[in-house]
Design a protein. Structure first.
Length: 119
């Protein structure tokens, strides 16, 4: 399984970015795709997730109403639209896959893309 995340960059507070994660290597129809992030000196935290088959979504409270996760089944790509960005959103963002029935929360990880929000 390969997950390639891109789209990070430097943006001013209040701005927007869209992250993309291109996935390949398995059939994801029963999987959950997610974005997690890790700020410098902090633990990795959940941001948002989407079920690949049904499209149901889940968000961390800190991003609800500002971030939107979506997927394009035909392109095997998951997106994270981030609006109203805040300096505290600065982190490396990772896409991940959770396999249905797996004992692990997340089974596959992408390499991460850095998002920096300046004040």
């Amino acid at each position: 399984v390969q997950l390639q995340a891109f789209g990070g960059g430097l943006v001013q507070a209040g701005g927007s970015l869209r992250l993309s994660c291109a996935a390949s290597g398995r059939t994801f129809s029963s999987d959950t795709m997610a974005w997690l992030r890790q700020a410098l000196g902090k633990e990795r935290e959940f941001v948002a997730a989407i079920s690949w088959g049904g499209g149901s979504t889940n968000y961390a409270g800190s991003v609800k109403g500002r971030f939107t996760i979506s997927r394009d089944v035909a392109k095997n790509t998951v997106y994270l639209q981030m609006n109203s960005l805040k300096p505290e959103d600065t982190a490396v963002y990772f896409c991940a896959v959770g396999v249905r029935g797996s004992p692990r929360s997340w089974d596959y990880w992408g390499q991460g893309t850095l998002v920096t929000v300046s004040s």
